[in-house]
Design a protein around this ligand. Sequence first.
Ligand SMILES: Cc1cc2nc3c(=O)[nH]c(=O)nc-3n(C[C@H](O)[C@H](O)[C@H](O)COP(=O)(O)O)c2cc1C
Ligand code: SF4
Ligand code: SF4
Length: 306
Amino acid sequence: MALVRGAQGNNRGGAAEDHQFLDILPPADCQGGEAVSKAVINPSLCTSCNICAEVCPGTFGEPSSDPGIPKLAPDFMCLDCGHCVAVCPTGAIAHRAFPAGTIRPVEDGGRVPTYEEVMSLLRTRRSVRVFRDRAVEKDVILKVLEGARFAPSATNTQSTEYVVVTDRGLLRQVAELTSAILSGSGGAGDPYAFVYGLIAEDMEKGRDPILRGAPALIVAHAFSRANYAGVNASVALQNAVLAASSLGLGTLWAGYVMSVCRRDERVPALLSIPDGHQVYGALALGYPKYEYRHWVERRPLRVTWL
Ligand SMILES: Cc1cc2nc3c(=O)[nH]c(=O)nc-3n(C[C@H](O)[C@H](O)[C@H](O)COP(=O)(O)O)c2cc1C
Ligand code: SF4
Ligand code: SF4
């Protein structure tokens, strides 16, 4: 069996034809500095339950030829997702991406909010357009982003990065530049040209129909060639939205800002978005001025069952 030298980092971009799928070998077989995978199994703790291999996203083909040795992703296929170390009932797996101290027990015996609690959060989240004149503390914004950090991402790239704007002057500049770009873009036949005119008028009068005067703006960006960069950013931001709701904060997807970032370099430049990155989402954030005491219905589900 060929051994593949362990490489640091997530190297799943490597050429698959250079390698073959390998069984994880117990440490005794990895002596001499060669590692078969990023994961190493302690045979004295392993019960051969094979759960780690079942949940591993990087295993294909036949199961391990040795029933005592689970087959995990070879180095070049490993997503660093941590499913193996998180699921192993006996703590038998060490993994280079998760050094000691980074694998933690699930809190509260794994209790999760009830369906009713989750639905209450989902139904009462609304797009907030009136914010209190109160800054959002940095530690609170970090809690919101901590929710985003645990979002799923295609091949676990965790591609989304953030710019957070809390400077009032810069927030106003973003709103004004967005409005100016919108005004310049609405050619004849654009159904939104009329709205862009109204936005510009409001901006001139000191109002803010773009960011609604929110005291913070979270901008999600990523290397534009990352796998599913846009989807990853969207799901991460929606995690942030829900984390924000749970903290009593309100959010508004800043679609006008997002739309101008797609077609004009000036707002991304103002936001210090790095070269090669694209803006994939933006959230206005703040403490809501008003409390919603009711929730309203959505359109009925449209589902095709096949
Ligand atoms: C847009 C997107 C596409 C994905 N596609 C697949 C897929 O085709 N197969 C798969 O096994 N996992 C897929 N995943 C799951 C990711 O691999 C997973 O989110 C990541 O490894 C992190 O693991 P976690 O979601 O368990 O935290 C996808 C995730 C996203 C966001
Ligand atoms: S989950 Fe743990 S105990 Fe089960 S086969 Fe994998 S390493 Fe062994
Ligand atoms: S970290 Fe994920 S992909 Fe890598 S071996 Fe473990 S379960 Fe498989």
